[in-house]
Structures are given as structure tokens and as C-alpha cells.
Write a protein that binds this ligand. Structure first.
Ligand code: F6R
Length: 245
């Protein structure tokens, strides 16, 4: 694991988007997995802009969604799918055949998990993942206590996740459980970028990068990944030892 610390979020986003564009230019059939939420937003915007400027062939890459809220319709503002539609699929004209996302309305959630695991295995694994970090140290919906050996799974959401998650919706939601790729997918991804910005994330970034590696703080798994970069602005990096001499 290494860290990339840049003064402002826009610079972090540009660096991530540039790498993402270069990856697809080199391997147009790359398999990419993204989180939704606030943290990846700027990088997605920069990616779409750069992809258009460079006339990147985006017709063949394959997109995997990291997670989804159980019981939330895919077209509802605040669902993970809604974020991807707005940020990536619609702006770049990504086709349904290029996408595999969890269906949070499925009445066969175990089937959803095994299908996701099969799709990822069938693609030969993930080439790039860009994830965020929750205020309880989760990645995806891998809440504190999740075993690092798990692949796709359904999980009862931590109260912190259920309450912080309300911000994405325009009305109060019952956010009780989620479906997510597991730590085993995250650790096996060939490239892993954890992105965060702002002072509110400084303490969780410190724990992820410098705290003990433990399932009680899932984001600490990044320390186990040789190809991981924790990409943060100065505000989110402000508690890191390396940033404070
Ligand atoms: C969303 C996801 C979550 C978020 C995390 C941080 O798909 O997987 O783990 O990445 O909760 O959320 P933001 O970026 O909104 O602070």
C-alpha cells in the first residue's frame, strides 16, 4: 500500500481519472468496480471529461457495482445504481451488456451473490477498484467484523451506515441491510484505490493507513494489498504521521 496526498480533492480526482483512462486505453476490455457515494464523484466527473477529450473507446470495458442497499429500487435517487447512471453510464453511453450490478430488490439475494462471484471470476478478476471509506471504517458494505475471506454477501447494516446513508436520499429510508462485494474481492483486485477527502475523513484515514490491521476496522485491509493506493487530499491526510514529520 502507498499513499497519494495532493493539496485539493480536484487534484486527487484528476490523478485517479488519468490512471483509469490509461488503464482502459491499454486494455479496452478491463473490468472496473466502483463505489457510489460522495467520495468517487469528482474522479468520475474527471474520468468522463478525459474519456471524451481523448476519444477513449469506452464501449468494451466492463463495469461492476460494489454494493447496493437492499429494498431500494434501482432507479431511486440515492441507490448505488442511480449514482452510476448519472455519473458514468448515461454520460458515456455505457450499454447494459457492459454492466453487472447487484439488484437490491431481488427475492433471491443469495443467487445475486453467487451470480456476482461468477461474473467476476468469469472476467478473470477485477482490474481496478475505486472505493470509499465509511465513518465506521467500512469499505463497500463490509461492516466492522466482516471476515476478510468473504466474497459477495448480504449484511445487516451497522447503525452508523444506516444513519449516514440517509444523506443520499430525498426522504427518510429504512436502510436495514445491504449486498456487497466482500473483502476477498477487494484484496484480489489487481489495483485498488481508496479515495477520501475532507477533514471529516481524517481520523478514519489515519486508522486505515496507520492503525492495526483488523476486521474491526475493515478499511485497514488496504495495508494487506501491495497494489493499493490511499488517495487523499491534504485535509483527509492531516492526521497521518507521514504528513506530520
Ligand atoms: C458506497 C460504498 C460505501 C461508501 C462509504 C463512503 O457504494 O460502498 O462504502 O464508499 O460509505 O461514503 P461517502 O463517499 O459518501 O463518504
Amino acid at each position: 500500500m502507498n499513499t497519494l496526498i495532493l493539496p485539493v480533492p480536484e487534484m486527487v480526482a484528476e490523478a485517479i481519472a488519468t490512471e483509469w483512462v490509461e488503464l482502459i486505453a491499454a486494455n479496452p476490455e478491463a473490468t472496473i468496480c466502483l463505489a457510489s457515494g460522495n467520495s468517487p464523484k469528482l474522479a468520475c466527473e474527471a474520468f468522463v471529461r478525459l474519456a471524451k477529450e481523448r476519444q477513449l473507446d469506452t464501449s468494451r470495458f466492463f463495469f461492476i457495482g460494489l454494493d447496493e442497499w437492499i429494498g431500494v429500487p434501482p432507479d431511486k435517487r440515492g441507490s448505488c445504481r442511480w449514482d452510476f447512471e448519472e455519473r458514468i453510464f448515461r454520460p458515456l453511453g455505457i450499454r447494459e451488456s457492459q454492466i453487472h450490478l447487484f439488484n437490491g430488490l431481488s427475492n433471491d439475494l443469495r443467487g445475486e451473490c453467487s451470480r456476482m462471484d461468477e461474473v467476476i471470476a468469469g472476467r478473470g478478476g477485477l482490474d481496478l477498484m475505486m472505493v470509499g471509506i465509511g465513518m465506521n471504517g467500512h469499505i463497500g458494505f463490509n461492516e466492522p467484523g466482516t471476515e476478510f475471506s468473504l466474497r459477495s454477501h448480504v449484511i445487516h447494516l451497522d447503525p452508523v451506515t444506516a444513519s449516514v446513508g440517509q444523506q443520499y436520499f430525498d426522504q427518510p429510508m429504512n436502510l436495514d441491510s445491504g449486498i456487497t462485494l466482500g473483502p476477498a474481492h477487494i484484496l484480489a483486485s489487481r489495483r485498488l484505490i481508496l479515495v477520501a477527502q475532507g477533514t471529516a475523513k481524517a481520523e478514519v484515514i489515519r486508522q486505515a493507513v496507520e492503525g492495526p490491521v483488523t476486521t474491526s476496522f475493515p478499511a485497514s485491509m488496504v495495508q494487506l494489498h501491495e497494489g493499493a493506493t490511499v488517495a487523499v487530499d491534504a485535509a483527509a491526510a492531516r492526521l497521518l504521521r507521514q504528513n506530520n514529520g
